[in-house]
Write a protein that binds this ligand. Structure first.
Ligand code: NAP
Length: 280
């Protein structure tokens, strides 16, 4: 198995999966393939011909993989992105395990019952996976999508509202819009890249004053493990959770799809933490 991306040398996925194989005594290996944009279809045909069981797909290839596979799961259809390919009897099946990863990460954070109202910051690829996970989760009635580029928020909200039958409301990523959106909300998710290494002093929130007790703040960013937004949440009495578990569980789901084995999630989390600490 492996991962295709460009560049891909920084990926911590090989460590995560290879440690899992070692822990289970499996004679499998996961490697990184640097594939140039435009070559994804040929790369996927190559893995099929070589007898590779499947691959993860990372930046910038998730869209190209979507158009290159033979079949797509409902999660892949909803997000327009494929992050995991499984070769099933010669057919390339495209999955999006980020949706499952986000759901499981919330469960692990103790959020078995989701609030009726959630606020999502961002309208890029990761935001699509989060929006679909929220829009298909029990208990969620309304999701407010706030994004710097308002038109992208509007497009995402229209599409997800239609697909899931829940209420999706778009808005701009401004102080007033954030304050208004957070009224009555129990969950705030950051799916923008603001605050990600190396811009560690940046926060997607124009001002932290709308945060308060009773709110869970889920930041998808995992480098650094404690972002500026998470610090703001802590200071205002909200509960902050970082993005590492989503990464672990999207990988765990792919592991299960490829091998049929139950993934050793704790081993995978430790391997990821070590790889990320070592600067991968
Ligand atoms: P993307 O498709 O490039 O989307 C980036 C988003 O961030 C867009 O909504 C963009 O707004 C917004 N943004 C970027 N710079 C901004 C700024 N200066 N001010 C305000 N908004 C800004 O990226 P992605 O793939 O969705 O990834 C987003 C983040 O999620 C990354 O940090 C990534 O590492 C993380 N992620 C984590 C996991 C996990 O497993 N934990 C999985 C996937 C992604 P515009 O539309 O206005 O450009």
């Amino acid at each position: 198995m492996g991962v295709i991306g460009h560049p891909v040398a920084h990926s911590a996925s090989p460590q995560m999966h290879n440690e899992a194989f070692r822990a289970l005594g499996m004679d499998w290996i996961y490697v990184a393939f640097d594939v140039r944009p435009g070559d994804v279809k040929r790369a996927l045909e190559g893995i099929r011909a070589l007898g590779v069981r499947g691959v993860n797909v990372t930046v910038p290839h998730k869209g190209e993989a979507f158009t290159s596979v033979d079949e797509r799961t409902p999660e892949a259809m909803a997000t327009g992105a494929v992050n995991t390919v499984v070769v099933e009897e010669g057919r390339l099946v495209g999955h999006n395990t980020d949706v499952y990863g986000f759901r499981e990460a919330l469960r692990r954070a103790g959020l078995d019952h989701l609030p009726e109202k959630a606020v999502l910051l961002g309208a890029g690829g990761a935001a699509r996976a989060v929006a679909y996970a929220l829009g298909t989760a029990e208990g969620v009635r309304e999701v407010v999508v706030l994004n710097r580029t308002w038109e992208r928020a509007e497009r995402l909200a229209d599409e997800m509202g239609e697909r899931t039958g829940r209420r999706f409301l778009p808005g701009p990523l401004t102080e007033d819009a954030v304050r208004e959106a957070l009224e009555g909300a129990g969950l705030l998710v950051n799916a923008t890249s603001v605050g990600m290494h190396p811009e560690v002093d940046a926060s997607p929130l124009p001002s932290p004053y709308a945060l308060g007790p009773g709110l869970v703040v889920y930041d998808l960013i995992y480098i650094p493990p404690r972002t500026k937004l998470m610090q703001q949440a802590d200071e205002r009495g909200a509960r902050a959770v970082g993005g590492l578990d989503m990464l672990v569980y999207q990988g765990a789901r792919a592991f299960k799809l490829w091998t049929g084995m139950n993934p050793p999630v704790d081993v995978m989390r430790r391997a990821l933490e070590e790889a990320l600490k070592a600067g991968h």
